[in-house]
Write a protein that binds this ligand. Sequence first.
Ligand SMILES: [Zn+2]
Length: 339
Amino acid sequence: MTKALLKFFLSICYVGVKALEKAHTAEHILMASIKRIDLDAVAVKVVHDEKGNTLYLRIKRLDWDIITEAVKAANRIIDEGRAVKEWFFESLEDAKKAIPNLRSYDERISGRVRVIEVEGYDYSACTRKHVSNTKECGYIIVTGFSKAGEDAYQIRFEVGEKAKEYAADTIALHMKVSEALGATQKTVLSTALNLKQEAQELKRRLAELTTHLLKHLNPEDFYGTKLYAALYNGVDRKSLMDYAGELASRAKTIVLLADAQKDALVVLCRSKDLAFDCSTILKEVLQKFGGRGGGKSEYSTGSVPPEAAEQVLSILKEELKRAFSKDLSGLNSIYHRDG
Ligand SMILES: [Zn+2]
C-alpha cells in the first residue's frame, strides 16, 4: 500500500471513529438531560451501528414534550463547549462516595471504574471513547422513539451534520403537510386531529346508512330459496359483509352482494341447509375477469376490477342457476339430504 493510500484509508477510519465518539458523547448529554426531567430514568444500553444511534432506557413515561425539552437542554450544553473529562476509581462504591449523583448501570460494572464527566453537568460510568469538548458533538436531534417493554423505551438519535440535515428535511416535510391540510404550522396538529375525528364520524355514519340500505333489500324467489342479490357503489364494506353473514344465517338463503369502488368487493354466501360450494363458484368466475377470491364453502369473498362487477354478478347468478338445475336433474346436491 502506498503512503498516500494508507493516509487516505486512515483518514476515513478517523472520521468514522470521531463520528462515533461524537454520537456517544452526545448520548451522555441527552441522557443527563432526560434525567433532569425524570430523576428515575436510567440508561440501559447504547447502540451505535450502521442503522444509527439508539439509546435504550428505563423510564415510566416518555413523550415528544419530554424529548423536546431534553433535546433543547442537550444542545445548550453542546453549544457551551464544556470539557469532557475522565476520572478513575478503584470501585463503584468509591466512585459513588465521591460522586453521589453518578449515573451507572450497576449490574454491568465490576472492579476499577472510569467515570466520564461532562463538566459540571453529568457523571457517568463508561468504558467507551468520547470527545474532549461538547462543542465537537455539533448538534443532537431525536428522530424517533418507541416502547421497548414495560417502563422501557428506545430513542433513536442523530448527531452533527446528519442531525442538521434531518432537522431541515423534517421541517420541510412538516410545512408540506401543513400546506396539504390547509393549515398553518401552529394549527396543523389540531387540524389533523379534527380531520381524523371527522373521518371516523363519517365512517360510522356510512356504516349506519349501509345497514339501513341493506335492510331494504328484498329477496327474490330462487328455486325455493331466497336470493338476496345487489350491486352497490361506495357502501361500508364491513357492514355489507356482516349483513351478508347475518342473512345467510337464516334458512334456505343465498346472498350475492357486491360493492363497486376501487377493486369491487364480491360476497357470495349461503345458509347451512344448502350444499353448493360458494368458494369454488366465486373463485372460478372472478378469475375469468382478472379478479380473485376464496373462503369457505358457506361464505366466500373476492375482488374484481370495478367495471366488471355488474357482468360478474349476472354470471354468478347464471352459475347458481346451473348448479340448481343440475341438482333438479339429480346430478348434483344443492340441498343437504338431511336439510
Ligand atoms: Zn460513554
